[in-house]
Design a protein around this ligand. Sequence first.
Ligand code: CTP
Ligand code: MG
Length: 221
Amino acid sequence: MTFASIVVAAGSGSRAGGDKQWRALGGKAVVRWSVEAVLDAGSAPVVVVVARDSLGRAEEALSGLSGWIAVAGGAERADSVRAGLDAIDGPEDRPVLVHDAARPLLSRAVIERLMAALSAADGAIAALPVSDTLKRGDAEIEATVDRTGLWRAQTPQVFPLGRLRAAYAAWPANETPTDDAAVVERDGGTVRLVQGDPRLMKLTFPEDFAMAEALLPRQIR
Ligand code: CTP
Ligand code: MG
């Protein structure tokens, strides 16, 4: 089945010094990497969620690509995902991939692993097992935390359209989820962990750009 995608790019990028999704990385806008990746993997449509005053910037950053539409996002990431969901129609079981524009280095292999895992669950997310030793404490260590079974959640995250919609409708208005899986989990859904990719690191701070630059596919570095 074809899948739809929501690429959320409506944040302000405040920790990175602003506007990170429109900045150039390896010769193209950060947001363009993800949109190209999902288009290449066969996504139809691709909904790019941007700040209300950035629709023109999206046109510029995505010029020459077809198969995407831009919609205005909201104050929190979850509001932006909801806005993206409102722009998608289709059968309830249609897979929807939700991805942060701030994670530009998305590979086809990750998308395929997620789609394969979706048949056995209400959702699947890219994640990496925690490899560092974990400590709890402030200035002083209180405890060493067992890292067995702990993962770092990334995006993309995929869910059947009807499942994700119902879960967001049920999410309490006074809480802010940190990812989409949390919304489906709270609604009683089963979500699978799929091997992510270190290159799916999120551009959060200014120094992350140099790291992402070093991780670009070799031919364009
Ligand atoms: N995002 C969004 N709408 C929001 C907030 C975030 O679409 N209201 C998107 C961002 O554009 C980004 C992704 O969600 O692609 C992950 O968010 P984050 O890394 O926190 O980006 P920003 O919110 O832009 O950055 P900051 O928190 O530093 O301001
Ligand atoms: Mg943010």
